[in-house]
Write a protein that binds this ligand. Structure first.
Ligand code: ZN
Length: 222
């Protein structure tokens, strides 16, 4: 298990950051809500993954496939750089140290059963290796970041593409919303939701994720 992430400007030696809590946002892109036949939420949907779920691209991923179908969800992930509570939208950007790409691996059938029963999603979202994470890059200006496009290829076939500006709840809104209830701490991560195109992964698949010119990483499924 890896409880540290690396933050780099792409040139100097990466800084190591200890990971605290891992918050995840559900239902944050309209086409994904439609493919899941869900409704647009009035407020961000938040769930947690344990930090033991973190996994980097250098590991072969082992999933509890006996529990059902595992789906890939590529997401922009934020690294909180300083501790804060009740953060204003205008200040939110200054609390983010960097961004990475992550894959929120999900036991989809288990999640459906839990949703139907109104139960927490943890067992469908928090299993070992369920939080794929790349190296973090330093945060650019908000305008520059809004234009970032990211993608996921499964066995060299493009399955998901997303753009930061397509989030239903944008990044300052997420930081403000979360920090009104929970103190955000240095080292916390926020998985910000997945665009459409989620689908099944199987043993021996290769999941590649990227932001052109900035991040590219491959996860091998064992
Ligand atoms: Zn997700």
């Amino acid at each position: 298990m890896s409880r540290q992430v690396q933050l780099t400007d792409g040139e100097s030696e990466p800084e190591q950051h200890d990971v605290g809590s891992i918050y995840c946002v559900g239902k944050n892109y309209l086409p994904h809500i439609q493919e899941m036949q869900s409704k647009i939420p009035d407020a961000p949907v938040i769930f947690l993954k344990p930090s033991s779920a973190l996994v980097k691209p250098d590991t072969v991923l082992k999933f509890p496939m006996e529990k059902g179908v595992v789906h890939h969800e590529v997401e922009i992930v934020l690294l909180i750089g300083k501790t804060g509570r009740r953060i204003n939208k205008e200040d939110a950007w200054s609390y983010i140290a960097g961004y990475a790409l992550g894959v929120d691996f999900t036991l989809r059938q288990i999640q459906r059963q839990l949703k139907d029963k109104g139960l927490p999603w943890l067992l469908s979202k928090g299993f070992d290796h369920s939080a794929g994470i790349t190296q973090f890059r330093r945060m650019p200006s908000r305008d520059e970041f809004e234009e970032k496009e990211f993608w996921l290829d499964l066995n060299d076939k493009r399955k998901q593409t997303g753009k930061v500006s397509d989030m239903i709840f944008d990044i300052p809104t997420l930081i403000t919303f979360l920090s009104r209830t929970i103190t955000l701490e240095k080292g916390d991560l926020i998985y910000t939701g997945t665009p459409s195109g989620v689908g099944k992964v199987e043993a021996h698949d290769e999941v590649k994720i990227g932001i052109d010119g900035v991040i590219e990483a491959t996860f091998a499924i064992g």
